[in-house]
Structures are given as C-alpha cells and as structure tokens.
Ligand binder design. Sequence first.
Ligand code: ADE
Length: 277
Amino acid sequence: MAKAPPEEESSASKETMDNRSISTVVIITTMRTEALPLVNKFQLKEDLNPVFPMGVPWVRYCGTYKDLNINIIWPGKDTILGVDSVGTISASLVTYASILALQPDLIINAGTAGGFKCFDMYSTLMFSCFQAKGASIADIFLASDVAFHDRRIPIPVFDLYGVGLRQAFPTPNLVKTLNVKVGKLSTGDSLDTSPKDEASIVSNDATIKDMEGAAVAYVADLLKVPAIFVKAITDIVDGDKPTGVEFLQNLLAVTAALDQAVTEVVDFINGRCLSEL
Ligand code: ADE
C-alpha cells in the first residue's frame, strides 16, 4: 500500500493522539506552597531517581491518581538565595526537561496570578472603570491565550516575536463544567507592573498577569504538547494595595482555591481524551 504523504501521516497520528485517553499529565507549579497540597491530595511521592540533571533544585512528585500518571514539577529553591525559583527562566527549563523525560499528553501550568478588576486606557488616568475585566481575589481562571508583556522589541516582526502570543489548548467542555472564568494571560518577569508593562498588558487585552505562563506555552508549543493554564488570583493589579503585600496576605487562602480547582480539572481529565476537553 502506498505510504501516506508525511503531512497526512502526521495529521492522522495527531487525530489518534487526540482520541485516546489522556494518560500522563505534567503539572508545572512555581511555589512550594502551591505544589505541596496537591502532592498530598494526589498522594504523590518525591521521585528518588530524578529524571532531571544532577544538582538542579527541580523536584518531581509522581504517582498514579485514578487512571492518570500525575507528575507535579516544582522548580525548587534558588540554589544561592533559597527562595522559590519564580519566573520565566526556571519555568521554561523545567517544562523542557519534563517534556523530554516524561513525554506527557498534557501540561497544566498551575499557579497564582494578579488580576485586573477593570482595565482600559482611561481607568488609570481617570480612576474609573469603563470596561469591566472582572477579576476578584481567589477567582480561578483558565487562560484562553498567553503572551509576554516585558519583551519589547520595536522592530517589525521582532515585535510580534517578543509578544509571543499563543493560544491555550481549547477546553470548551472543561470551561462549561467547572466554575471558572476565562481570560487572557500576560506574562513578565516582575511582580510589579511598570507603566510600559501596563501598556503592553492593555495591548495583550489581558485580565490576568503571571510570571511563567507564556514561557511554559512557548516550550510546550515548540515540543508540540498541549498546554492549559489554571490561575488563581492573589492580588488586584489595578487595586489600591501594594502588590507584594496583597500577594503574601492572600497566598495561603488562594492556594487552597487553586488546589481545589486543579483537582477538579484533573478529575475532569481522567478517562477523557484531548478532543473531549
Ligand atoms: N503572581 C501573583 N500575583 C502576580 C502579579 N501581580 N504579577 C505577576 N505574577 C503574579
């Protein structure tokens, strides 16, 4: 029989992939506080034969939950400063290493985010809210799109490369079933929001802001693994409290909401194939 041309072959094999039950899931987290309750919930164990290079602080918790092989990846503490390795560099590295080592069917990037209660060109100038974006503390969002807001390269086409807009894997059934909001996510390496970041976030039409999502999306896209983004709101970026203070105040309570949401997402995924999400 004649062999299918490569393009048809790859779309046929993609269809097969989308139609078989999801088996291996990698959950990329950032902070220990986010990871540990999930590790307990799914009764995972720390991997004692690490799949990651010797000496890196990255941690994999793994085990079987229902019919799924679950891997929670935590980038660990910075080897010098001892704080959680937040931001795009660690997120890209652990996503890359996890995909190579574990060949997941799906990546879930789970974490906290800042949210915009309202955001448009005029709100910051006039302190009024013309266009409601509608994020509140402890809301759970599934990101529809992700992009960067701090990679400004004002040269044609490089500007688009810098923004790095990507779509999350579409999950219409998951969105219908779970009590989540849907919005665009903007990623940068700072917790605070400079005026230039703010302008880019407006241009990205984002409702939520984090420090990892677009980096995870870049690597997942590069290696052709579907990725979804579950984000819980710890602070209101266009509110009146200092971000760092509000973030720390809400971290524990919001993490509980995040873990509940991730559990619901995983329960929904169990026994389903990608095309049913
Ligand atoms: N994670 C939680 N809150 C955030 C914010 N305001 N900006 C970026 N990442 C966050």
